[in-house]
Design a protein around this ligand. Structure first.
Ligand code: ZN
Length: 462
């Protein structure tokens, strides 16, 4: 049984002011991961006003929350809202690189202001329908803090917060309109630090042992290892600390490494090899090594019945009808980025066969605990990738808002189907069971770690 299209449109229209307020306010706040205090409060304020019960400080994150509205005993639908910004991507809502007049340097270069707005807006809309029509069900919003760094979803998954959910829905701003019928890579984040012994590098180098030597030998070992891992593995790192001055033998050096592959088992076995490389490098350089695997994510599991249903609703909603001004805005962004001036996307991509993509997302850990599916909608010009200034710019004006309202539409329609169509729920659950094949969910987070570590630690030696 599907809810009528007119009912969906009406519900989205009723929630429009919620989407508009959140989108605008969170764009303005542009708070970074783990600092998104006021942005979270904007969501909480709107949800409480709509009758949701909210708990904050979820799973060790001050800026995470769970909001719920329950109507009797019924199915549960979850919405995954995010609201953190990125450093260095602050921009005025204009089609050129222009710092914000208020001096704020962070910005929503991944569009999480519109992302969160549509998900919270959709939850408010769906709860409104359940209440008005006397339908049973629970609507839950997960306030997913720190998506850009140490994703709260992974901690929430460890705490079992998704286990009773019939379907979790999400979306992401993009330059296209498509259902996210894809797999993403599993990953682990590893900090490797070396401790040595400092000395004057000119007068008495024999008294020192260079921590940087240990780190450089580790990097060499990693790069030799590359030949012998499967082609799906990705290994990338940066040096976070390499010493202070060349005339001082560095007694501390550190890198941040990401290992990705098709699933946890592959990642875990590569990380074990990384540990051995660091131990070997420490022996060779008479230094000591520390390997800290402080964060990780699963591979993202799609869900075929949910993807097929979402595709129907995406095609019904269509892409926003763009004005000439919006198309001109997009083309000017593209010109300033050196991209073809193709404007904004105007089609819906047909449902694609499942493909594996090299990126990762903390949505993956939700997808290992409940049937999960998402959609992307255009909020940025064709060819513009996420984490760039045009995404910030478009997210602060009508292009981003129109994308968000279309996303709200698709999310509301799909959520109402989940809540009212027991066959869809059963099919989604069966697909989930087939993909997880009885495997127990093992959190990538070390058991002793109670909350986020701070992905960007100060680079000075401890
Ligand atoms: Zn994002």
């Amino acid at each position: 049984m599907a809810v009528e299209r007119a009912r969906v449109i009406e519900a989205v229209e009723a929630a429009r002011p919620v989407v508009e307020r959140i989108s605008a306010e969170v764009w303005d706040l542009a708070e970074l991961s783990l600092e998104e205090v006021e942005s979270a409060q904007v969501h909480v304020r709107e949800l409480e006003a709509a009758g949701f019960e909210v708990t904050t400080g979820t799973s060790g994150f001050e800026t995470a929350f769970v909001a719920e509205r329950r109507f009797g005993d019924g199915p549960v639908v979850g919405f995954l809202a995010e609201y953190d910004a990125l450093p260095g991507l602050g921009n005025e809502a204009v089609p050129r690189r222009q710092p914000r007049a208020d001096g704020k340097t962070s910005g929503h270069g991944c569009g999480h202001n519109v992302l969160g707005a549509a998900l919270t807006g959709a939850a408010v809309a769906v709860a409104g329908v359940l209440e008005a029509d006397g339908l049973p069900g629970t609507v839950r919003v997960y306030g997913c803090a720190a998506e850009e760094t140490e994703g709260a979803k992974v901690y929430m998954a460890r705490d079992g917060l998704f286990e009773d959910v019939d379907a979790c829905l999400h979306w992401h701003p993009w330059s296209l309109a498509a259902v996210m019928n894809m797999r993403l890579a599993a990953t682990s984040a590893v900090r490797i630090a070396f401790h040595g012994k400092t000395a004057h590098a000119g007068m008495e180098p024999w008294s020192g042992r260079s921590a940087l030597d240990g780190l450089e030998l580790t990097a060499h070992g990693l790069n030799l290892m590359r030949e012998h891992v499967e082609p799906t593995a990705r290994i990338h790192y940066v040096y976070e600390h390499g010493g202070e001055a060349p005339n001082v033998v560095p007694d501390y050096a550190r890198m941040l490494l990401l290992v990705r592959d098709v699933d946890r088992a592959h990642v875990v076995s590569t990380v074990e090899w990384v540990r051995q490389i660091a131990e070997g490098a420490a022996l060779a350089t008479q230094t000591t090594s520390e390997v800290d695997v402080f964060f990780g994510m699963h591979d993202l599991l799609p869900n075929t019945p949910l993807a097929e249903r979402m595709q129907i609703h995406l095609e019904a909603a269509g892409v926003p009808s763009w004005t000439d001004e919006e198309q001109a805005f997009a083309r000017e962004c593209q010109a300033n980025m050196g991209l073809p001036e193709a404007g904004l996307f105007e089609d819906v991509v047909p449902l694609q066969p499942e493909v594996a993509i090299g990126g990762s997302s903390d949505v993956a850990d939700v997808s290992w605990n409940a049937p999960t599916m998402g959609v992307v909608l255009p909020t940025a010009p064709i060819g513009v990738s996420m984490h760039t200034w045009p995404v910030t710019a478009c997210g602060g004006m009508s292009i981003g808002l129109k994308g968000a309202l279309t996303a709200t539409d698709v999310l509301v329609a799909t959520a109402l189907d989940v809540l009212t169509d027991s066959e869809l729920r059963a099919a989604a659950r069966a697909d989930f069971e087939r993909r997880t094949a009885g495997a127990r969910y093992v959190s990538p987070i070390p058991p002793e770690q109670t909350g986020p570590r701070g992905f960007r630690l100060p680079v000075s030696a401890p």
